[in-house]
Design a protein around this ligand. Structure first.
Ligand code: ADP
Ligand code: MG
Length: 675
């Protein structure tokens, strides 16, 4: 091996390798891909590396290109030791200082020629207009001005490789590295590519290093390096260029969010079937969640409305039994029952904070209207002296609250039953109803365990219907009439007692003290405040359970997304490798995958909310008229829409996070390796 006369080495080589080794572990044994390689390359040189397959040429190029790190020795490029760079630093180096050209082109199949060329600029955060004009200028330079909008599949090999060269030039890098760029080309195209690469050195003053095993290209080079078995065996320098003007490095900004989303979107549309499937999984999960929570809150709002329709929140209901009772659990009698007597009413009237006290009871009756019979439970309206208490009167659906002794209110459903189908319930207003009282029991929220039949005969009453209420299945008697009937239920030889009382307190703050005072007297009390609390508590349990079912559906959908994304990462190794080779940072790659997951999740969320709302409204429409619900059965508050969208997007992004980080962590050389 004859040593060449020492060439004049310029003061600052562009690339300097010092004793570089690269070992791979494969199947338990060490492969020495490079074994102590040392050389300097000055700026502007057109270098050809020749050698047999497996000799370490690609490894050498990868180390110079910052695609991989040496096991030993140093690679210094443009005065910087690549060893000292972080992975983001290496990405920036690949983005700004080197352009890579591969044997198999490695263009992204979903992007046009122009977009492929502009990819390094996109990763450098260059604005769209500038990217486009620069990409087109470069395509013109490689003779493909008319192919800007072709996809790689529509190009010949020679054209594809010229697009790849244009991409390598996008960031105007001082170094171009090409790994067997003619390996997949016919000899004419190969010749053209080599000429093109040579011009990048001789016209532009870039440092161009081309790996090949084609001896024909050796005469074109300024210098030929021969590599075999991981070692530099010959270094032929034919020309040392004048120190050329080096192209200035590209300034980098962050990748624009919009550009990332556009890329993510194009990746999704390229595999639209799969995107739709995963999106559908999310949509179904979100729909279930929106539907269940919407139904739960609709029902709750309806029940709460029904309860508040029963009277003001300043109400305390009193029943005879001792201890404490809730509306859903009749008071359990502890010790002897203390009856409510007229004296009790007098005593409660004297408690501070009490605004009014009246009987709370229900009459079970048979009612007759024309030839129709029905049973009606009549509650008592409050006495007229308390009518000015806000919301003490039931909510009217039609007519008015009459002031006469015989005037009554009926629920719309009863009125409908009495007038029969084909007539509006309100046609019953002003008509007479014949009512026979059968029994008396406690009113709402007053225990209500004892039912007493009358002890005297009560003649049928003729009553006038003056108004309709929305509350389900009840009627209201005028207070004086209702009170006048109570003596008819007293057994002979006993004093007057009542099944329950309603106490109205002066304000909300008095509810608890008054209830406590009444309990001290030995009675049990229930307040609407407590009732509402109990209802809200039980509904929040129901809603949580229903929401959880939707949530499980969503988690399953999320797992699906995770699996699909993991598959996508495997399938798109090549694409990830290309992105990394042209300078994508870890976070660019992970953001790209997360954007895809986010787009699918958000779109699935939108569809899911629409689906859930649609089904909810259908259920609402179907059930609204068959139940006594006051309001809608399904509600879709803005927060629920937000929750649906957030969950759809969130689950998808979380499920995509692991595959995305896996993609981001891939080593570019591994990702690009043909297997
Ligand atoms: P060339 O490009 O000259 O054909 P390479 O640089 O690709 O050679 O490979 C040099 C040696 O290192 C070969 O024996 C090859 O099998 C081995 N090699 C390259 N890359 C890897 C890798 N990622 N893992 C294990 N062995 C590798
Ligand atoms: Mg190779």
């Amino acid at each position: 091996m004859s040593k060449n006369p020492a060439p004049p080495i310029p003061s600052d080589p562009v690339i300097s390798l010092q004793d570089v080794e690269k070992r791979y572990h494969r199947g338990g044994e060490d492969v020495h891909a490079l074994n102590g390689v040392t050389f300097d390359i000055p700026a502007g040189q057109f270098v050809v590396i020749l050698g047999p397959s497996g000799g370490g040429k690609s490894t050498l190029l990868h180390l110079m290109g910052g695609m991989d790190r040496p096991s030993h020795g140093s690679v210094v490029v443009l005065g910087r030791n690549l060893e000292s760079l972080t992975s983001d630093g290496l990405a920036a180096y690949r983005r700004r200082d080197v352009g890579f050209v591969f044997q198999s082109f490695h263009l992204l199949p979903g992007l046009t020629a122009e977009e492929n060329v502009a990819l390094p600029l996109l990763l450098a955060g260059t604005p769209l207009k500038e990217r486009q004009s620069r990409a087109n200028a470069l395509l013109a330079r490689v003779g493909l001005a008319d192919r800007a909008h072709h996809k790689p599949g529509q190009l010949s090999g020679g054209q594809a490789q010229r697009v790849a060269v244009a991409r390598a030039l996008a960031a105007d890098p001082p170094i171009i590295l090409a790994d067997e760029p003619t390996g997949n080309l016919d000899s004419k195209s190969g010749q053209e590519i080599i000429e093109l690469l040579r011009s990048l050195a001789h016209q532009d003053g870039r440092t161009v290093i081309v790996v090949t095993h084609n001896e024909e290209f050796a005469p074109l080079a300024d210098r030929v390096l021969r590599v075999r078995d991981g070692q530099l065996i010959k270094d032929d320098v034919k020309r040392v260029p004048e120190s050329p003007e080096r192209p200035g490095p590209l300034s980098t900004r962050h990748v624009s969010f919009f550009a990332l989303v556009r890329m993510a979107w194009s990746a999704i549309t390229r595999r639209i079937g799969r995107g739709i499937l995963t999106g559908l999984g999310i949509a179904i999960g979100v729909a279930a969640m929106v539907l269940f929570i919407g139904l739960g809150s609709g029902l709750e709002a309806g029940v709460v409305k029904n309860v508040t329709a029963l009277g003001p929140l300043t109400t305390v209901n009193v029943s005879p039994s001792g201890g404490h009772s809730s509306p859903f659990q009749p008071a359990v009698s502890q010790g002897p029952v203390k009856p409510i007597t007229p004296a009790t009413i007098q005593a409660i009237r004297k408690i501070p904070g009490v605004r009014g006290v009246y009987l709370n009871l229900t009459y079970f009756t048979n009612a007759r209207f024309q030839n129709r019979n029905t049973t009606i439970d009549f509650l008592l309206l409050p006495p007229p002296s308390l009518w000015n208490v806000p919301s003490i009167l039931p909510t009217l659906a039609a007519g008015r609250v009459g002031s006469g002794d015989q005037d009554i209110l009926l629920s719309k459903t009863i009125a409908q039953a009495l007038v029969g189908p084909g007539h509006a319930p309100r046609t019953i207003l002003g008509r007479h109803l014949t009512v026979t009282v059968q029994a008396m029991t406690a009113g709402l929220f007053s225990g209500g365990q004892s039912i007493s039949p009358p002890t005297k005969r009560i003649p049928p009453l003729t009553l006038t219907i003056t108004g309709l209420v929305s509350t389900a299945g009840v009627g209201y008697l005028a207070y004086p009439l209702g009170a006048r009937l109570t003596p008819d239920f007293v057994p002979p030889g006993q004093g007057q007692t009542y099944p329950g009382l309603t106490v109205i307190t002066a304000n909300l703050n008095q509810v608890t003290p008054v209830a406590n005072a009444i309990q001290k007297m030995g009675y049990s009390t229930t307040t609407l405040q407590q009732a509402l609390g109990t209802i809200e508590k039980s509904f929040s349990v129901i809603e949580t359970a229903l929401g959880a079912i939707g949530g499980i559906a969503l988690v399953v959908a999320g797992l699906m997304i995770g699996v699909v994304m993991s598959m996508a990462v495997l399938e798109r190794r090549r694409e990830i490798g290309v992105l990394k080779a042209v300078g994508a940072r870890r976070r660019d790659v992970s953001r790209l995958f997360l954007s895809e997951a986010g787009i699918i999740g958000f779109t699935g969320g939108v569809v899911g909310v629409l689906l859930g709302a649609g089904v909810g409204h259908i259920i609402d429409f179907a059930l609204r008229h068959t139940t006594a619900q006051l309001g809608p059965i399904f509600v879709l508050p803005v927060w629920l829409i937000g929750l649906g969208l957030a969950f759809g997007t969130g689950v998808s992004v979380i499920a995509g996070a692991i595959p995305a980080s896996h993609a981001a962590g891939l080593n570019p050389v591994d990702a690009l390796r043909d297997e």
